[in-house]
Design a protein around this ligand. Structure first.
Ligand code: WQD
Length: 351
């Protein structure tokens, strides 16, 4: 089966996608500079699949080091590009770090796609490309509004760069616009490993519930939504990762009708922050210590996906419920606490 290069393969969605690709018969390699991840997590991939995945500890912002991977692997047929910084709040504070890292790494990778004639490219995009949509239920045709954060701009610009590159190169490209990936693999061998204080909602919830954090904040309950808190489309990371395998299969089978195709990856259900907290309390049996805080700059008010296109064209069927998402997230947090040795080894290498 074709060899797929997964950038950011030691990351949250990257590890889950390595598992899904291997389980569907693909040969995989990873490139990850481990600036925000730890190669130890590939042990979890191995425990699930029985396969040892090679990771090239390379910064994609270094073109020569990136090209060397392609010189060593002349059988790469496709690339799934996850490697990027992705914290909305952090990007507001450090815009240049986000523009440099996320765009230079993409451009270097595309130079290699051109030089080594790689036919398939799947890009990790985001619902943040829609900005603050007029209608919270967005389709792939919803015109993008100005992004609400530098992170969102790096995804909008990434899509534009890919569009122009495709016209010149003929590479077949798929853009996958994720909504909010949450949860952990059902085996609880891999999951989300935030570095430092978690920026995303669900790890903030689970770390508060287990006592790693004394409490958490809900950033705003005065939004024009049903309970005043923001609305998001939470989607299980395993459903997200399987969509990547389906996207590669779609390209492999020559089903792509256009040079660049875009797909929303969400459940289609909008859930508020406060509803997610209540669902977690029900699933875990824990009462969560949170306080209402001011709005967070960069936050979109409400967004969730029309996912008909991915369902009909990719044959994608996201089937995990919010409760299953939160249950696996909680079980992963419990494992991290129980398996302190594992977590401290990973944590020490992360710092
Ligand atoms: C969700 C909501 C916060 C933390 C994510 C990814 C981003 C992109 C889009 C893929 C917001 C609130 C959060 C906390 C809170 N996905 N919140 N207290 O900003 O939607 O972005 O999805 O590309 O990469 O990060 O996710 O989890 O940070 O925030 O109240 O401690 O939860 O204000 O309304 P976001 P998030």
């Amino acid at each position: 089966m074709p060899k797929i290069l997964v950038t950011g393969g030691c990351g949250y969605i990257g590890t889950h996608t390595l598992v899904d690709l291997i389980e569907n018969g693909y040969d995989v390699i990873s490139v990850d500079n481990n600036s925000r991840s730890n190669p130890a997590v590939l042990k979890g991939v191995e425990r699930i699949t029985g396969k040892t995945v090679k990771n090239y500890k390379v910064d994609l912002c270094n073109f020569d080091d990136t090209a060397a991977i392609f010189q060593e692997n002349d059988d790469i047929k496709g690339i799934i590009h996850f490697a990027a910084y992705k914290a909305v709040g952090e990007s507001v504070v450090k815009p240049l770090m986000y523009f440099e890292n996320n765009l230079l790494s993409l451009i270097n990778l595309l130079k290699c796609v051109q030089e080594f004639a790689i036919p398939w490219f799947v890009f990790s995009s985001s619902c943040t490309v829609y900005g603050n949509p007029d209608n919270s239920l967005v389709t792939e045709e919803t015109p993008p509004k100005p992004a609400e954060s530098p992170y969102g701009y790096t995804k909008q610009m990434g899509e534009q760069i890919l569009g122009e590159f495709q016209k010149a190169s003929g590479t077949q490209i798929i853009l996958l616009r994720y909504f909010n990936p949450v949860g952990a693999h059902p085996s609880i061998e891999i999951g989300e490993l935030p570095i430092g204080k978690p920026q995303n909602l669900v790890p903030a919830i689970t770390q508060t519930a287990i006592g790693k954090l004394p409490g958490m904040q809900v950033f705003g309950n005065d939004y024009p939504t049903r309970d005043g808190s923001c609305v998001r489309d939470f989607i299980h990371v395993s459903d997200i990762s399987h969509a990547h395998t389906l996207a590669i299969k779609y390209l492999e089978e020559g089903k792509s009708s256009k040079g660049v195709e875009v797909f929303n990856l969400g459940t289609g259900n909008g859930v508020t922050v406060l509803e997610a907290i209540k669902a977690f309390e029900k699933v875990s049996g824990k009462s969560l210590n949170y306080e209402i805080a001011p709005r967070r700059p960069g936050d979109v008010i409400a967004i969730y996906a029309n996912n008909d296109k991915a369902k009909s064209r990719l044959g994608w069927n996201p089937d995990k419920t919010l409760e299953e998402m939160l249950d696996t997230a909680w079980k992963w947090e419990l494992k991290l606490k129980d398996d302190e040795q594992f977590f401290s080894s990973v944590k020490s290498e992360l710092n």
